[in-house]
Write a protein that binds this ligand. Structure first.
Ligand code: UDP
Length: 517
């Protein structure tokens, strides 16, 4: 059969329903771009604020392909006690309101069902597959209602999924003291964690999230498969083990941040940069290779004043050039920090070798610059992968969620990072309780180890450089992630065809459009 007519008959249309937080939305938009590149249609659900964040990138795809449709709905935030415009997790004003935010978003179920119904009636390619964030558990009912296969995505690694699964099944964390180490059972490596480092979903004390966690877990179990932003070569043993758990329906299709080959587009990924990109690049151009410390603690973390000061003093005393990304909230919501920044004249004193970005930084672009020597990170999975792709070793400072698991991968298994030694997870929204756990001397010592005179400096750098190469290869034609994406599409076509025609026999074929956007 000619490729063109084959494609017309077997056209896939993915409905993407991201969770509204930068660490979940950004990779989902990248996945939309990849799906389109592999010949599928995509409809992505968003909200007015998030549309402004992602539209520029989606438009760059549509200029050439016109295959991604953005459908935006208003979330009833006011009804749930949230402030107007609170359309992304980092804007939720307090921990007490996080649950309300998740529930408010679930109110999109009816409009999404109406959308699927409408597309079924009027479009030649109705929705054939749902890719929903794990937190949007209510998409399970939507998929069941329309009998559409549902895949889940949550922006984390295979290792995270496997650890959560094994911990939950074994319950080894129950009746154990907070500070006592637990060995996670049935893993390729010996991984020890304390109960106080475990994510909220395994913390029996997190009452307010208990019912939500149960629904999320149930909808995860019933999903058709799992899409992961990772690549096989990075965590092969975990990919294999997790595939056993999920009946071979796990597809690693990343690192999705490598789906760009245009620096202008990379610079706009996720949000509008708060710094002029040229001046950021000029700053980096002015420093020798591998000399700059890049500090960014993700899109959700706010440091308490005492901890913020320790970090500032560490950067000032270590004598290396640095870029420090401060969340806008550090300078606005947190009055004490704002006052201290002004009165201490920290920015003025360090301006010769320090660049502070107040708000969104073009992170992936920054990693592409050879001057970056080390990344001080909270170990968010996206940031971890992006640093690996840039060949940048890390200093790890996990705070909550899967971040302690990611630290294990970076420091213990891949040997591409130094840890600061944080022992206790601070649940999202409780950062006001975060004292100066990590002292300035510890931070300075870690920086010295990685870009100063550290013993294993070269080995660490060589390991991450090798991984960066493997990451790039995995996304190229014939690479593992490229092939996995093809297999994911073929699998879903098979499901689609089987539901239409019981006698259907699948024949594999090549997809058009292998160029990166
Ligand atoms: N990010 C960015 N600029 C910023 C802050 C964050 O580009 O100033 C991006 C970063 O590149 C990553 C995402 O936001 O893709 C954060 O996701 P991650 O999983 O690392 O952490 P989270 O923010 O979810 O804790």
């Amino acid at each position: 059969m000619a490729l063109e007519s084959h494609n017309k008959q077997h056209q896939l249309h993915f409905l993407l329903v991201p969770f509204l937080s930068p660490g979940h939305l950004i990779p989902m938009v990248d996945i939309a771009r990849l799906l389109v590149n592999h010949g599928a249609f995509v409809t992505i659900i968003t909200t007015p604020l998030n549309t402004t964040r992602v539209k520029v990138l989606i438009d760059t795809v549509n200029v050439s392909k016109l295959r991604i449709q953005v459908v935006q709905f208003e979330i009833p935030v006011l009804k749930f006690g949230l402030p107007e415009g609170c359309e992304s997790l980092e804007l939720v004003p307090s921990r007490a309101l996080i649950r309300n935010f998740v529930v408010a978003f679930s109110k999109l179920q009816t409009p999404i069902e109406e959308l699927i119904e409408k597309k079924k009636k009027i479009e030649s390619t109705p929705i054939s597959c749902i890719l929903a964030d794990k937190f949007n558990h209510w998409m399970e009912d939507v998929a069941l209602k329309f009998q559409i296969p549902r895949l889940i995505f949550d922006g984390s690694s295979c290792m995270n999924h496997l650890l959560l699964h094994n911990l939950f099944k074994s319950k080894v964390y129950e009746n154990v003291q907070e500070s006592k180490p637990i060995v996670v059972p049935n893993l390729p490596h010996r991984i020890e964690l304390t109960k106080s480092q475990l994510p909220l979903e395994l913390n029996p004390e997190a009452q307010e999230f208990r019912d939500l966690n149960e629904k999320i877990r149930a909808s995860e179990e019933s999903a058709y498969g799992v899409v992961i932003n990772s690549f096989d070569e990075l965590e092969l043993e975990y990919v294999k083990e997790y595939n056993k758990v999920k009946g071979n329906r796990v597809w690693c299709i990343g690192p999705v941040s490598l789906s760009y080959n245009n620096n202008d587009h990379v610079g706009q990924r996720g949000n509008k940069s708060k710094i002029d990109i040229d001046s950021c690049m000029k700053f980096l151009d002015s420093w020798p290779p591998k000399s700059v410390v890049y500090v960014c603690l993700g899109s959700l973390n706010n440091l308490a004043l005492a901890q913020f000061q320790e970090l500032a003093m560490a950067l000032e005393s270590c004598n290396f050039p640095f870029i420090w990304v401060m969340k806008e909230d550090d300078a606005t919501r947190e009055e004490l920090t704002k006052k201290w920044l002004l009165e201490s004249e920290f920015e003025e004193r360090t301006k010769e070798r320090g660049l502070i970005i107040h708000g969104w930084a073009p992170q992936v672009l920054i990693f592409s610059h050879d001057a970056i020597g080390v990344f001080l990170t909270h170990c968010g999975w996206n940031s971890t992968l992006e640093a690996i792709c840039g060949g940048v070793p890390m200093i790890t400072w996990p705070m909550f969620g899967d971040q302690f698991f990611n630290e294990k991968l970076v420091v213990q298994i891949l040997c591409i990072g130094e840890k600061l030694g944080n022992e206790i997870a601070i649940p999202l929204g409780k950062q006001e309780n975060y004292g100066a756990n990590i002292k300035r001397e510890t931070i300075v010592e870690a920086i010295e180890k990685v870009i100063g005179d550290g013993e294993n400096k070269e080995e660490r750098r060589e390991s991450v450089r090798r991984l960066a190469e493997l990451a790039k290869k995995s996304m190229e034609l014939g690479g593992s992630s490229y092939v996995n994406m093809k297999m994911l599409l073929e699998d879903n076509l098979v499901v689609q065809e089987r539901s239409n025609n019981e006698d259907f026999v699948w024949q594999s074929f090549d997809y058009p459009g292998d160029t990166l956007l």
